[in-house]
Design a protein around this ligand. Sequence first.
Ligand code: PLP
Length: 402
Amino acid sequence: MTTAPRTDFTATRALFDLPQGVIYLDGNSLGPLPRAVPARLARTVTDEWGQMLITGWNRAGWMDQPRRLGDRIGALIGAEPGHVVLGDTLSIKVYQALASALQMTPQRRVILSDTGNFPSDLYMAEGLCRTLGDGYRLVTVAPEAVADALDDSVAVMMLTEVDYRTGRRHDMAALTARAHQAGALAIWDLAHSAGALPVQVAAGGADFAVGCTYKYLNSGPGGPAFIYVAPRHADTALPALSGWLGHEAPFAFDPHYRPGAGIDRMRVGTPPVLQLAALEAALDVWQGVDMGDLRQASLALTDRFIAGVEATCPDLRLATPRDHAARGSQVSFRHPQGYAIMQALIARGVIGDFRAPDILRFGFTPLYIGAQDVDAAVAVLAQVMAQALWDKPEYRIRAAVT
Ligand SMILES: Cc1ncc(COP(=O)(O)O)c(C=O)c1O
């Protein structure tokens, strides 16, 4: 049953600075600029760094920022307070979670993931297995085959909840329960979930969760990642990346590592203060946003886009599940000329992106996208397809970032 939304999405839209004439359907890759960020950054640079100099670590609260903002993100992903911390990049946080989880299941050797997982997660797992040797290996199966592949060899199930290419969503609670039954731990990558849909890491039983902030949380390019460790593991999970800020007493300058209490041990080195300041301002847009309303509105937008494209672009093949429960907040279509089609769209002000080999990817968030944007984007795409406007040599030239 749906209920009347309490969230004012017209008000949230006004909190973003979007360029005129652009329909931005790529916030699943890089969130747009919240209006409050430039002033907050300027204040941090001028008043804090400029005036306080090194005393800013204490006086401006820079050192506590990774934990403070961790709690604000924790509230968006259903985490217990005090169990999320910010820092580093998502790839690093994947490595940390994996290394800790493997140490907690020492009699087993397999990291189980799926073939749709983001390559960096798989590369991190491969690299860690190479470093550990001793029979450690990564096994990947099709996303729908994960549950059946959980046997007594699996130490850790490492999955991304929402597939970066297709938008297909795993059932976090069910798969985590299945992993636990099989004696394995569960690590969830929330890169395409945090800020995109309601997430319940605690209720879902996740052992570890990681995610980035530059997509649906709008922290800007290079914004830091986050890591969640379930309270039951927080004081036993051993960090493989034992940096000084994860030490029990960083300013004792002890020559030997002793892990800090709880989630603090997942800190590594100096926090990115400017990026955290941007994130802090960006997180203000969530005040008054109900995640249930967000999901309802996001599904309405993605349904509308799917219906519009299918009605007007017969050559595009839907890659995203139609079932609401089985998808995130993006819609993807396949076409052999996907790259050129996306360049033609971008040239006409509709910004999505392309993922090899043939995926056109469109991200939606009701925070700043409305039904009229969806209709306008469908109209442009329909024209690009009907008139083959993509069929130009300049649209085939691949940029470094697609
Ligand atoms: C699902 C997923 N995992 C990991 C990463 C890698 O993140 P980072 O570049 O911050 O290490 C990404 C990047 O987009 C991603 O989408």
